[in-house]
Write a protein that binds this ligand. Sequence first.
Ligand SMILES: O=c1ccn([C@@H]2O[C@H](COP(=O)(O)O)[C@@H](O)[C@H]2O)c(=O)[nH]1
Length: 236
Amino acid sequence: MINRPIIALDFQNKRQTTSFLQLFPQDEQLFVKVGMELFYSEGTNFVEELIDQGHDIFLDLKCHDIPNTVRQTMTSLSRLGISLTTVHAAGGVEMMKYALDGINKGNHSKKIPQIIAITQLTSTSQEQLETEQLVERSLIESVVNYAKLTELAGLSGVVCSAQEAKIIKEATSKDFLAVTPGIRLEGQSVGDQKRVMTPTAAKKNQSSAIVVGRSITRAEDPFSAYQTIKKMWEDA
Ligand SMILES: O=c1ccn([C@@H]2O[C@H](COP(=O)(O)O)[C@@H](O)[C@H]2O)c(=O)[nH]1
């Protein structure tokens, strides 16, 4: 269980990200998620700067490629000192095993990152699964199947919606992580997300960690929104 909400730093560049982080007390050690938009514009140097500031990093690059490429990518990432990173379970068991091998082969002078796998994106609906991915099983079956494959490959857990966390916990081992984006407060617009839950419902449904972007980054007072969500998570 990760004790703080993970804040998705979905900003385009270092300037926007730094202005946002200045709204938090400087001694507040955050767990932040760096996604593709920030990583592709600022690269590894900025990730290392965030680590030096005392933050834990979830580097969410959602790698999905042939096994050899993913292994080499993980070896490159392993030296950064990040805590968590992602691959797509759809890449297959062999790709996920190679990812783990790549991390294990890397340089761990700082911290060994955990790898978790994306199951079905929280922006995917049952309808989209059927009409676009041509999957005939239910969305929940697809998510649980990916979770079992991820565990088989030896990774630390999955990214799924909080709606699926409990069933994943029942289908996998005790320490297997169910990291859940798609978090919204009661009444908030879901936007592009399809499978959402509140922080309280997510905790009650056995989510291991919540990932929160716009409910914090676009709040009028981001630090206050963070504190509210953190308290909801702690108290549930
Ligand atoms: O299935 C997934 C995987 C990753 N994400 C990421 O989480 C955040 C959610 O942002 P919100 O603004 O809270 O919706 C974002 O960085 C996504 O890339 C996800 O939403 N779903």
